[in-house]
Write a protein that binds this ligand. Structure first.
Ligand code: GDP
Length: 296
């Protein structure tokens, strides 16, 4: 980061938690993410149209929760590799009719090594061959002892398909987030992480940014990896135009010169010139690195 200044304790305010859904293939990660989004939108404004921008936010009794909409571990690990920790809580989806599988164990290990708390969603509870207690037994064998068995891992039985018990899962996320006391300083220049990015025919480079700290504003000079520019417009996951986006808000950002990579850090800098300068330096360095690699 260019503007890596430490915030004073008194400038910090509570912010929404950022959630990643992990688990074995076919255990219901995508279905769960869709179910939560759909339930919340129908509960909110009538006929709300959601945009798939790689992340979305829901409101649970006034408490916002941000979900990364890319299930799986790649997003999680590639971001960590770039130094961006974009997850506060991991939801581990385990199908109650299948139990713990290799990618479940992988997910547990990723979350543990990142120090991210895990909430287990025991999914497909509607299936006749669902065995939630067997799942809990297996979790215990991997160091996640359910609360009801005297441990401290929250497990919630859900059916993503039937949209059963999702409220309880959301409540548990809110509770866990409260204990984590997640804070950021909304009154500073923004930094964040690129969740996804593409070249749009009409709009040019479009990047979904998850703001980590500060507030991103229309008109801000920005740099993300080797791309730079100025925030021309911002659109949230409901297709609404925003003037500002605070901590833990996911937004589509228009106005970058190039398409950045997912996992790149984005930051607001003083002016266009410094944005271009930083981007250029990175481009030069990248080229130099490539040259050395080719000659050695
Ligand atoms: P992912 O690979 O983890 O993202 O899994 P998907 O969300 O694609 O789900 C895999 C399959 O399981 C799909 O056919 C889903 O319809 C089904 N599925 C997901 N959740 C449930 C559930 O709660 N109950 C039942 N019966 N099926 C489910």
């Amino acid at each position: 980061l260019v503007n890596d200044i430490e915030d004073k304790e008194e400038d910090l305010e509570l912010r929404p938690p950022v959630i990643t859904v992990m688990g074995h293939v076919d255990h219901g990660k995508t279905t769960l993410l869709d179910a939560i989004r759909e339930t919340e939108v129908t509960a909110g404004e009538a006929g709300g149209i959601t945009q798939h921008i790689g992340a979305y936010q829901v409101d649970v009794d006034g408490q916002k929760i941000t979900f990364l909409d890319t299930p799986g571990h790649e997003a999680f690990t590639s971001m960590r590799a770039r130094g961006a920790q974009a997850t506060d809580i991991a939801i581990l989806v385990v199908a109650a009719d299948d139990g713990i599988m290799p990618q479940t164990i992988e997910a547990i290990n990723h979350a543990k090594s990142a120090g991210v708390p895990i909430i287990v969603a025991v999914n497909k509870i509607d299936r006749p061959n669902a065995q939630p207690d067997r799942v809990k037994q297996e979790l215990t064998e991997h160091g996640l002892v359910p609360e009801e068995w005297g441990g401290n891992t929250i497990c919630v039985n859900v059916s993503a398909l039937k949209k059963e018990n999702l409220d309880e899962l959301l409540e548990m996320i809110v509770l866990t987030a409260e204990m984590e006391e997640l804070k950021a300083n909304p009154n500073r220049a923004a930094n964040g992480v690129i969740i996804e990015a593409e070249l749009d025919r009409g709009r040019g480079p479009v990047a979904t940014v998850l703001v980590n700290n500060g507030t991103l504003k229309v008109g801000d000079a920005i740099v993300a990896g080797v791309a730079s520019g100025r925030v021309r417009a911002m659109v949230n996951d409901r297709g609404e135009r925003l003037e500002e986006a605070g901590p833990a808000t996911p937004v589509e950002v228009l106005g970058l010169s190039d398409v950045p990579n997912a996992g790149d850090l984005l930051e607001a800098v003083e002016d266009d010139q410094s944005a271009r300068g930083v981007a250029q330096k990175r481009k030069d360095k990248k080229r130099a690195d490539e040259l050395t690699r080719n000659t050695t």
